[in-house]
Design a binder for this molecule. Structure first.
Ligand code: ADP
Ligand code: MG
Length: 243
């Protein structure tokens, strides 16, 4: 096994609000870690620290043996390597589906448009939207837009993918298609950190489930340990509320 991500004593405060209170988390190469926990517990803040959308107040975040919290770290290099998918897909509405996917490879990696287009079409195929290359963003359903957002993140050829409640804003009938794409990615060996309330996905796909409450990891384990034999009382309460 090799460590992709190692978070040590991560503390994040906003003003006098201590949102992360000393997080220790390791993610191995090819591992799928699912983060669960109540709203406001710091899950998004944790993910955002992993790709430098936030800076730690203290503690370290080492990705591929590089401490990304250091001032001399190239923020773009970090983000190229780590794809992120948000609850609200944030596609560019004035660009076509294909252009959304090609944008970063062409602008940041200086790929030729021809090459980027070929890759974009391949990625659309992997998310089941082969025929949507020329479509406008507005013409797509929420679930389709989220799959395009995943394809867009993959276009930079990241080796870690972060997902922050990727299905929470979707109509129920769209959720399955998005989860299926994520499951395929996991099968292909993508290293993934996924914040979700989809416990079925967590049970089926996660190698490890991490329960975050009030800025701390209170319990972690296999899906079986977390869902069948939760030890922590707050985890038990949380599961009772959502299952
Ligand atoms: P979760 O994703 O688990 O719902 P968040 O990480 O979004 O939790 O938020 C945890 C806490 O941090 C909340 O109290 C939220 O208001 C606060 N918070 C998050 N981001 C910011 C920010 N940029 N400025 C101030 N407070 C923030
Ligand atoms: Mg959140």
């Amino acid at each position: 096994m090799s460590e992709k991500v190692k978070v040590t004593n991560l503390v994040k405060t906003f003003g006098d609000n201590e949102v992360l209170k000393g997080i220790n988390l390791t993610v191995q190469k090819n591992e799928v870690v699912v983060i669960i926990g109540p709203s406001g517990s710091g899950k998004s803040t944790l993910l955002r620290n992993l790709n430098k959308l936030e800076e730690p107040t203290s503690g370290s975040i080492v990705i591929d043996n590089v401490d990304i919290a250091r001032n001399d770290v190239d923020i773009n290099a970090v983000r190229e390597n780590i794809g992120m998918v948000f609850q609200h897909f944030n596609l560019f509405k004035n660009l076509s589906v294909g252009e959304n996917i090609m944008l970063a490879p062409v602008e940041l990696k200086k790929q030729t448009k021809d090459k980027a287009a070929i890759q974009a079409k391949q990625l659309l195929k992997t998310v089941g939207l082969e025929e949507k290359f020329d479509a406008t963003v507005q013409s797509l359903s929420g679930g389709q837009q989220q799959r395009v957002a995943i394809a867009r993140a993959l276009a930079m050829n990241p080796d870690i993918m972060l997902f922050d409640e990727p299905t929470s804003a979707l109509d129920p009938e769209m959720v399955g298609d998005v989860l299926a794409v994520m499951k395929d990615l996991a099968k292909q060996g993508m290293t993934m950190v996924v914040v979700t309330h989809e416990m079925g996905f967590a049970k089926e796909v996660a190698d490890r489930v991490v329960f975050v409450d009030d800025g701390q990891i209170l319990e972690e384990g296999t899906p079986e340990q977390i869902f069948e034999h939760p030890k922590n009382e707050r985890l038990q309460d949380f599961l009772n509320k959502i299952l």
